[in-house]
Design a protein around this ligand. Structure first.
Ligand code: DGJ
Length: 726
């Protein structure tokens, strides 16, 4: 188990749970990738070392060794490999040729932290092993340390690289990716999660074709358009079978994740890391650059198993803090209830109505500070608006607490409104480029978090508010992409470092604040799911999944999100009808069932509920609390895809398989009413399960092979949920 090095053949064998990952040092000192897939008993793969021809050179015709002919671990540039390199570096003389050779390695137990960057972690030394390989380009004086961690009980391997200038001259990085994998085959499909605002993470699957194909962000945020994730799937791969290779970047800024199919090799090169577009990084002698972490997951049992590996890893070894292992509170958020139009009495009225149905937490969203009556002003002025909260924030917190609810608060600390005291005092504190107009989005500008003074200001101002009252929850919002990406404090040759320096600043801010307020539950948000990435989850264990709260739309959004991210990370609220984004009217029960499959809450004016609605909501809150442990900590199985038809179904199974929770949704009526059975997954076939509240029992093997009968339904927007217990 763990990581083995065969000194005779200079071969590394990384073993995660059921996974092997093998590469070797060639005779010329280069790292050659040999295998990634289902666990193998021997890493003696010398018989694969046939050098392929790679070009029309006579050397190639003679089948001699050539850097362009090997499957590389961290490919370099300028000496024969014409596929995408993992890094690119400019020397003082302007040349970009580089070549890395092996000088040594270390294997250690556990997993060291990544300096300044969020990453997965190991809690005990026995959970994982880490390999660090030193490679050098002695002409440049460049040292590259590749880091690999293999998890003992998960099919996950993490990778990153640290590039250090050990020479005498400045070097400039133009590209520094996190990981590269060369597959000796191209018969894959690529799966990715694409979308836009209010339509995030829709599943796309397409056959690989020649050339480069992939997903990216150049907006300074991981973004709504693409998630920093791709997977390669064998052609026969489904939810439950076939090979799947997942790649996910632990990063919230610009990224590139691509597959390059190269006909000559009939191979596929997957590259993932910070997008090289508009990026450069000056390395003065002695300086180093650490790339973000890429999380590679292998599954020989289809997409479902890949997802469950990501879920378990992220739930237990990416997220941190007291709420990592604690059921999350049921909350009511006032955004769609009031937007900017509220006062203290209105907030307390909603909280009081929440208390009547068993809600735990009231969240005050946008509009409580400065003079913010619309999105036109006040971001940056984080002091309570005394017109709306005449007795201050602490008073409204006290009043909400008196109703029996905890209190949560919205911030958007990375932003500034041009109409704000902060901007008037510090017009240079936003991202900008001299002589260029500052493009506003949602009437706001982005603070320059590449600056230490700006980060320190954010830490202080947010901490002061959090210390001023018993605030139990923070919604950390961020509502625009970057434009005019430049920093007043950086010299010209470092301007293209701004976007990444912003991320490093943001991570420092988040690390400091979340550490100082360990009992606060943090939820991130970026116009809904515009920054739903593993890096944010490292600091904040949940994310507002989408600004689209329509329950039917949420089926696809939550299903797509579940490809990588655990349900414990998805904020999911019942909102009013007609729905504010889609105009659709769905039953309260249907909305409740969709929301219960994530972190449950309400996003409407509970005080306007009729008595009948109150009764339903009361039952919903109780039901959500009964299933919250399963939903948040259970294994998640997708049963029916909303991308493929009129029905959606998924289920959650406890780790010991003694309990399960199944949710089924049907959007349009089916006049023929065929008998519908749902084949369940993940149960123990030898056990007998009782349907809670219904006097029926079924053996696990029957439920999984024959199926559970779905109750008859009439009309549109129907749902059914059931709990199983053995
Ligand atoms: C965008 C978020 O996604 C919404 O939930 C809400 O918090 C608004 N911002 C407030 O401006």
């Amino acid at each position: 188990m763990g990581i083995q090095f065969d000194a005779q053949h200079k071969t590394f064998h990384l073993q995660a749970r059921n996974t092997s990952y093998v590469f070797r040092v060639t005779e010329k000192g280069h790292l050659e990738h040999l295998y990634w897939g289902r666990k193998i008993s021997s890493a003696s793969l010398g018989y694969l070392r046939e050098v392929k021809q790679n070009s029309f050179t006579s050397a190639a015709m003679q089948r001699t060794y050539d850097t362009g002919s090997i499957n590389a671990e961290y490919p370099f540039f300028g000496n024969g490999d014409h596929r995408a390199p993992a890094y690119e570096v400019v020397r003082r003389d302007g040349s970009t040729v580089t070549e890395l050779t092996y000088v040594g390695h270390r294997i250690q137990k556990g997993k060291p932290r990544l300096e300044g960057l969020p990453a997965t972690y190991a809690e005990g030394d026995d959970e994982a092993q880490t390999l660090e390989i030193d490679l050098v380009d002695s002409v440049l004086g460049l040292k590259v340390a590749l880091q690999y961690t293999a998890y003992e009980n998960l099919d996950a391997i993490t990778r990153s690289a640290r590039l250090q200038n050990d020479g005498q001259d400045n070097l400039t990085l133009l590209r520094a990716l996190s990981a590269n994998v060369d597959f000796p085959r191209a018969d894959f499909d690529m799966l990715n999660l694409a979308g836009t605002w209010i339509r995030e993470r829709f599943i796309e699957r397409r056959p690989l074709q020649s050339g480069e194909q992939g997903v990216y962000s150049r907006s300074g945020m991981s973004g709504h358009r693409h998630n920093p994730f791709i997977a390669l799937l064998s052609k026969d791969a489904t939810e439950d079978q076939g090979e799947v290779f997942g790649f996910n970047l632990v990063y919230s800024g610009n990224f590139l994740a691509q597959a390059d199919v190269e006909t000559l090799h009939n191979g596929t090169r997957v590259s993932i890391g910070i997008h090289p577009f508009d990026f450069s990084w000056l390395l003065e002698p002695g300086e180093a650059f650490q790339t973000p972490e890429a999380v590679l997951v292998y599954s020989s049992e289809g997409l479902g198993s890949m997802s469950r590996t990501y879920h378990q890893l992220y739930r237990t070894r990416l997220c941190r803090g007291v709420y990592r292992d604690k059921p999350r509170p049921v909350l009511v958020n006032n955004w769609e209830a009031t937007y900017f139009n509220f006062n203290a009495d209105k907030l307390v009225e909603i909280a009081k109505a929440g208390a009547e149905i068993g809600v735990d937490l009231f969240v005050l969203d946008d509009g409580w500070f400065g003079k913010r009556d619309s999105d036109n002003s006040s971001l940056g002025d984080w002091f309570p608006d005394t017109r709306k909260l005449p007795n201050g924030l602490a008073d409204v917190v006290r009043r909400v607490n008196e109703e029996g609810l905890k209190f949560g608060l919205w911030f958007e600390p990375e932003m500034v409104s041009p109409d704000s005291d902060l901007y008037r005092a510090h017009p240079d504190w936003c991202l900008h480029v001299a002589d260029r107009a500052r493009s506003e989005r949602r009437n706001q500008l982005t603070l320059d978090l590449s600056r230490d003074d700006v980060c320190d200001y954010i830490i202080k101002v947010v901490s002061d508010v959090l210390a001023s009252a018993p605030i139990a929850y923070v919604k950390w919002d961020m509502n625009r992409p970057m434009t005019e990406i430049g920093s007043e404090l950086l010299p010209p040759e470092r301007q293209r470092e701004t976007a990444h320096r912003y991320m490093l600043g943001l991570y420092r801010v988040l690390e400091t604040i979340t550490t100082s307020f360990p009992n606060v539950l943090f939820e991130s948000c970026a116009s809904g799911g515009g920054r739903f990435d593993p890096a944010m989850l490292h600091y904040m264990p949940q994310t507002w999944t989408s600004d689209n709260t329509d329950a039917v739309s949420r089926l696809k959004i939550q299903y797509g999100t579940s490809i990588v991210y655990p349900t414990s990370s998805m904020g999911s609220h019942v909102s009013a009808v007609p729905n504010h984004q889609m105009g659709r009217i769905t039953p309260l029960e249907f909305r409740g069932h969709v929301s219960m499959s994530g972190n449950f809450g309400y996003e409407l004016d509970l005080s306007k509920f009729t008595q009948e609605e109150k009764e339903i909501a009361k039952r919903q809150v109780a039901e959500s609390k009964e299933v919250s442990e399963l939903v948040q900590f259970g294994d998640f199985y997708r049963l029916l895809s909303p991308f493929e038809g009129n029905e959606t179904a998924w289920m959650f199974v406890s780790a010991d398989q003694s309990e399960a929770y199944v949710a089924y949704f049907r959007v349009f009526p089916d006049p023929l009413q065929p008998t519908r059975v749902l084949k369940l997954k993940g149960l123990d076939s030898a056990r007998v399960y009782a349907l809670v509240g219904i006097e029926e029992t079924y053996p696990g093997d029957v439920l999984m092979n024959v199926g559970l009968k779905v109750p008859e339904m009439r009309g549109e927007y129907q749902s059914a949920v059931v709990r199983l217990r053995s």
